[in-house]
Design a protein around this ligand. Structure first.
Ligand SMILES: Nc1nc2c(c(=O)[nH]1)N(C=O)[C@@H](CNc1ccc(C(=O)N[C@@H](CCC(=O)O)C(=O)O)cc1)CN2
Ligand SMILES: Nc1ncnc2c1ncn2[C@@H]1O[C@H](COP(=O)(O)OP(=O)(O)OP(=O)(O)O)[C@@H](O)[C@H]1O
Length: 181
């Protein structure tokens, strides 16, 4: 899946990113949200950073990697500006900026490697998002709505899950909006 999404050319990437930004802009989960977790795309992930210019009255946050002993991602306010600092995976992070408690975000747009229509998510394998939103396993209604963002080619029929995997509420691709729970 990672090779397949990396193989998409710049134009396909741009068209998909714009289609998903348009789809999201009409999505009830985004319309009702003020504080939104975003991500800086890498490795062929869909680029939905255009949302920041499109929705100037909403607040967007980027994930910042935790340092031991903290297990959770931090979400730091980002206004769409260029960033110079890169983390150990070479992903840009806003170093100055206010963080927002993850549980109090309204919506988190989550990168993923593969998903299935029931809302199972395969990530990069570090468990960052699962550890950050683990409370949803105990209290399924708690915390932000979690929406996966993906190319349609990342959809598989069935993904096996582990006990710690947090299911997605939905997934948005350039072709569909999946409602999962
Ligand atoms: N854009 C984006 N940001 C994100 C994530 C993500 O999946 N996408 N994450 C989601 O959790 C967190 C970062 N997690 C990551 C986990 C592994 C690798 C990675 O590149 N792993 C390499 C091995 C690198 C190494 O060991 O040094 C690999 O698998 O090839 C990158 C990000 C937070 N930010
Ligand atoms: N709530 C948790 N508490 C402690 N460890 C956890 C928790 N959730 C996940 N982990 C650990 O994280 C590891 C990676 O999880 P997994 O393979 O599901 O990551 P992923 O969802 O693909 O990655 P990511 O969210 O970083 O993209 C697991 O081996 C598990 O031990």
């Amino acid at each position: 899946m990672r090779a397949a999404r990396r193989a998409l050319d710049t134009n396909q990437q741009r068209v998909t990113g714009q289609a998903i930004v348009n789809r999201l802009s009409r999505h009830p989960a985004l319309c009702g949200a003020k504080h939104i977790g975003l991500y800086w795309p890498m490795d062929g992930e869909v680029d939905v950073r255009g949302l920041v210019q499109r929705h100037p009255h909403k607040r967007f946050y980027l994930p910042v990697l935790p340092h031991a002993p903290h297990p959770q991602l931090r979400f730091v306010h980002w206004r769409g500006q260029a960033l110079t600092y890169r983390n150990r995976f070479q992903i840009p992070e806003p170093v100055h900026g206010v963080s927002h408690p993850p549980a109090r975000l309204d919506l988190v747009l989550m990168p993923l490697v593969a998903f299935d229509p029931s809302g199972a998510r395969l990530g990069m394998g570090a468990g960052f998002y699962d550890r950050t939103f683990w409370i949803q396993r105990l209290l399924p209604g708690a915390g932000p709505r979690l929406l996966g963002i993906a190319h349609q080619l990342q959809c598989v029929e069935f993904l096996p899950t582990d006990s710690w995997d947090i299911p997605l509420h939905g997934v948005v691709t350039e072709q569909h909006s999946y409602h999962c729970r």
